[in-house]
Design a protein. Structure first.
Lengths: 184, 92
């Protein structure tokens, strides 16, 4: 089955979306991650970290270390930079929102040892709102989506996701088909 | 005679090198532990989260999703940690 994988896998919809929407069995309709452009700040920081030893390695001789110690310092610097980038990628990759034709799931990786998964059934959805975040978000078409739910179920947030208007439209159609509450 | 030799030995001992070696060892062990925790969490998250991506591609899938790129990266991180530990123990 072909799938529409766009924007670095941050906006995934099945090729058979319309069929899946009305399917009685549970089908995944949409998987969301933050827009790839939001990764730019930490990618630039990572680039800076990689470049630092190139500019500062001549000054290492001032510390009067032996070559093995110098090698260890440079190696551990690169190891730290690598871990910084991999950890940031981890948070981006595992902060995801999932919309199925029966439920909505929000997976938040807050830190390495603390991940929170919030889920609600479509029938509990009361309101779906989107929020644009400024000029850059308008240009790259990303924004925040807030899903208000009935009762004590915590609200669900998809932050900085691509094509927010289309996501809201899809969730509203889903609620119309499978939910009881009236969408906005 | 022996006391004089011992005093000279203590005087000539490279304390900075020893401190560097101990710090390097502690850093390497810490990095290795972080690498192990990272790999564990990454496998756990893959099991919980990536299943949806797998189901989106193939709704009738009964197999588990394959390993992601992140798995290779976390293995690389672990290898780096082992290499740092080896360096701190042997080369420094």
């Amino acid at each position: 089955m072909s799938t529409n994988h766009s924007l670095w896998h941050s906006y995934l919809i099945p090729a058979t979306l319309e069929k899946d929407l009305v399917n009685k069995e549970e089908r995944v309709l949409l998987i969301l991650r933050a827009h790839p452009i939001t990764t730019l700040p930490w990618l630039l920081v990572g680039l800076g970290l990689v470049l630092i030893p190139i500019f500062f390695s001549p000054y290492l001789t001032l510390l009067k270390l032996n070559p093995n110690q110098e090698l260890f310092l440079i190696l551990s610097w690169y190891a730290l930079s690598f871990s910084y980038l991999v950890t940031k990628f981890f948070f981006w990759y595992f902060n995801l929102g999932v919309v199925t034709n029966q439920k909505i799931v929000d997976v938040d990786a807050n830190n390495l040892l603390n991940t929170v998964t919030t889920a609600t059934v479509v029938s509990k959805v009361e309101e779906v709102n989107k929020k644009s975040l400024g000029i850059i978000s308008s240009y790259f078409d990303y924004g925040d989506i807030y899903i208000e739910t009935a009762g004590e179920i915590p609200n669900i947030e998809f932050l900085k996701v691509p094509h927010p208007s289309e996501v809201v439209k899809l969730i509203n159609s889903n609620v119309k088909l499978h939910g009881h509450s009236k969408p906005r | 005679m022996d006391t004089v030799n011992l005093a000279e030995l203590i005087k000539s001992f490279n304390y900075l090198g020893l401190i560097f070696k101990i710090s390097a060892f502690i850093f390497s062990v810490g990095y290795l532990i972080y690498g192990i925790v990272f790999l564990q969490q990454q496998i756990k998250m893959e099991r919980n989260a990536l299943i949806y991506e797998h189901l989106l591609n193939d709704p009738a899938a009964t197999t588990k999703p394959g390993r992601s790129v992140l798995f290779s990266l976390s293995l690389l991180q672990l290898t780096l940690g082992l290499f740092l530990l080896f360096t701190s123990l042997v080369l420094l």
